[in-house]
Design a protein around this ligand. Structure first.
Ligand SMILES: [Zn+2]
Ligand SMILES: [Zn+2]
Length: 385
């Protein structure tokens, strides 16, 4: 078990055109110091391997240590029920699925089982689809656990693997059979959602035991033993989206009505940021825009909270964001880019805090779609459970 590193002896890094580190066949011809050669393009971010390199598995794990856990707050009865289920699954070495609504306090619920796994002398991996979500996990784990947290995402630090690791998928490629417990957060949100390559990579890095945590499981994930968590940890219902026909007036009314509160407006595409942004500007609203292209997203989040401003965002912000007292509008919610899953996630940005458990959610529409109806129905069902 360990990490594949380039070394003078070991097995060839590229065999029959297939990279032995990431199993990609995406190799390119080039000239290295030995002459004509090939290198792998798929795992370049881990350092280039070429055909004349050799790979060796090296143990990069730190010595086993035990941990103390200080819970940041007391779990609710509902969260304790889920937490106990996770412990039972671990004792039985069973994989499972936590089907929890957005804002159910999923992170902290998993802390008891993480502590148990570590104190059984086993290693935990938390893998997240996005770097900012990974950072949030690592920060929260760090305040609760006494063992160091290994951060393996762009900008993360360690070469070694400790008892608890938080990672994004690309930085797991060269790991083999290291983790006894793999927690896949928001598992349906990975860029290549059900890509087999991702799945094999997680299987290679782990030892076959998984916990999927998501608000919107795929059909495939629903095959696993499942524990539901429908109530948010503060016990309030999820805000149910309202459907409003989209006009410029209706959008401006929404912005005016919640003047003094943070307002988050989702749009389908990047050109929409400009289009709707111009509308807001004409009527004197100050706003900031967030898309995959903009940096400093945490700055914008802080600004939104502190100044009770308006943010126009693409679906890049649909998960993992918590803003106290925010009101959410999904503009052009009929757009084909908004799946019912995405709509549920975006609606789930509202009312996440115990001291501000409600919030308005509006689906602005040009036409009614099955996806909107399904999102609303699923949110209502979750409230009834
Ligand atoms: Zn490769
Ligand atoms: Zn070479």
């Amino acid at each position: 078990m360990g990490q594949l590193i380039v070394s003078s002896n070991g097995t060839p890094a590229i065999r029959f055109g297939v990279c032995q580190r990431c199993l990609s066949a995406d190799t390119r011809s080039f000239t290295c110091h030995h002459g004509a050669c090939r290198y792998c393009r798929n795992c370049l971010h881990l350092g280039r391997v070429c055909q004349c390199d050799r790979l060796q598995e090296e143990d990069v794990t730190t010595p086993v240590e035990s941990t103390e856990l200080v819970m940041p707050f007391e779990l609710s009865a509902n969260q304790r029920r889920v937490s106990r289920q996770l412990l039972d699954w671990w004792e039985a070495r069973t994989s499972g699925l936590v089907y929890a609504v957005c804002g159910a306090g999923k992170t902290e619920m998993t802390f008891p089982v993480i502590a148990r796994v570590v104190n059984d002398g086993k290693r935990v991996l938390i893998v997240s689809p996005r770097r900012d979500v990974a950072i949030e996990w690592a920060d929260r784990l760090e305040t609760a656990f006494s063992v160091p947290i290994t951060r393996r995402y762009g900008g993360g630090d360690k070469d070694t693997i400790g008892m608890i690791t938080v990672a994004t998928a690309p930085l797991l490629l060269n790991l083999r059979h290291v983790f006894d417990y793999v927690l896949v957060d928001e598992s349906d949100a990975f860029p290549f959602a059900f890509d087999l390559a991702l799945w094999w990579m997680l299987r290679r890095a782990g030892k076959g035991l998984f916990l999927f945590v998501t608000a919107t499981p795929t059909v495939w994930q629903r095959q696993f033993p499942t524990v539901h968590l429908s109530r948010r940890y503060h016990g309030h219902d999820l805000p149910v989206p309202r459907l409003v026909r989209e006009t410029e007036q209706a959008i401006l009314d929404f912005c005016r009505r919640y003047d003094g509160s943070p307002r988050l407006l989702f749009v389908p595409t990047k050109p929409d940021l400009i289009r709707y942004g111009e509308l807001l500007e004409v009527y004197g609203f100050v706003y900031k825009a967030v898309s995959a292209d903009t940096g400093e997203r945490t700055d914008v989040l802080e600004w939104l909270q502190a100044k009770s401003g308006i943010v126009l965002a693409t679906s890049i912000w649909e998960r993992g964001m918590t803003v106290t007292g925010v009101h959410v509008a999904i503009l052009d919610s009929s757009h084909a880019l908004f799946s019912s899953r995405a709509l549920i996630q975006m609606a789930g940005r509202a009312g996440r805090k115990p001291d501000a458990p409600t919030g308005d959610v509006v689906f602005f529409y040009h036409e009614r779609t099955f996806r909107q109806d399904r999102a609303i129905r699923e949110i209502e069902e979750a409230n009834r459970r």
